[in-house]
Design a protein around this ligand. Sequence first.
Ligand code: 2P0
Length: 352
Amino acid sequence: APSNQPVYRATTTAPVNIAVIKYWGKRDTTLNLPTNSSLSVTLSQRSLRTLTTASCSPSYPAEDTLNLNGKPQEIQSSKRTLACLSNLRALRKSLEDADSSLPKLSTFHLRIVSENNFPTAAGLASSAAGFAALVRAVADLYQLPQSPQELSRIARQGSGSACRSLMGGYVAWRSGELADGSDSLAEEVAPASHWPEMRALVLVVSAEKKDVPSTEGMQTTVATSELFAQRVSSVVPERMTAIEDAIRVRDFPKFAEITMRDSNTFHATCLDSWPPIFYMNDVSRAAVRLVHDINRAVGRTVAAYTYDAGPNSVIYYEEKDSELVAGTVKAILGTNITGWDGPFYEPLANLT
Ligand code: 2P0
C-alpha cells in the first residue's frame, strides 16, 4: 500500500440497549419509522458492546468496506448501511464546503472494522450496538458537530433500535409523526446516574441465530395480527407515560410490572401473527415462572423479565436485591434446566 498517503482513523464503542417498551412494527420500511414509541435501558459496556474503528484514506481502493467479527460484509447490498454512510458523508461534505482548509475526507473510501463481544443476531440487540457504533465512529472520524440526538436519526436508518444506543441511561425513541422521519428520534429520559441501583442480568438461553429476523417478523405482525392495532393505539402510549413516571420516581415495582406486561404483550402479538411467530422457548418460560415465584415469595416485586426477538432473558432488579434475584436465578436455572447455553452476563444496567 502507498505509505506516503495519510490514514484518518477513529475508534469507539457502543453499548447494547434492552427495551422495556418494545419497538415492533414499521410504518415506513425505507426510513425505518416505527408504528409506536419505545423505551430502553442502556447496558454497561463492560459486558456487552460493539467496538468499531472507522478509517479513510486517499490510498483506500475501490469502495467502502465493512468487516464484522473478522468477516467481510456485503456492504453494497445493505441499503441500511449505505443510507447511514451517505447521510454521514453529506454532513462531512457540508463542513468541507464551509471550510476549504479541511481535508476532503468525504471523497475517500471508508474502511470499517467492527467486533461484538457477544453472540451476533441472537436476540441480544447486536444490530443496535452495531449501527450505533458505526454511526458514532464515522461521525468521530469526520469530526461532525451533530448531537447524539441528531445522530440517532441516522442510526435509526441502520436499525431502528440502534437510535437508542447513542445515549446512556433511560432512552425513549419517539415515533414521531412526520413522513420524512425528521421527528423520529431518541431522547434521554433520565441518565444512568438517576437510578444507580438498577441492575440487569442477561441469561443467554441460546446463542443460535434467531428463527425469524426482526424486520420480517414485524412485517408479518403488522399485516396479520388483530391484537396489534390495539397495542399501537392505546396500550403502548399509556405504558410510555406510566413507565416514564415510574422511572422519574424510581418506583421499581411499577417499572417492573410495566416491563413484564409489555414483553408479554409483544410476544402475544407475535403469537397472534399469521403464521404465528415464536421467540421464547421452554427455558424462557421457566425463567418467567421463576421471576413470578420469586416476587410472590418475597411479597414485593423485586425482579422483572423481558424478552426480545429471541429466547434470551434479561432480568432487571435493584442492587439491594442482588442475592434474592440473581442468586436465586443462577442457583435454580443455572443447574436445573437443560438446554442452557450460558454464560450469564451481569452488566450494570447503565453506562459507566
Ligand atoms: C426493541 N426489538 O425495541 C425490539 C423488541 C426486538 C424486540 O428493536 O428492522 O433489529 O433493524 O429496525 O431494531 C429489534 O429490531 O429492527 C428490536 P430493524 P431491530 O428492541
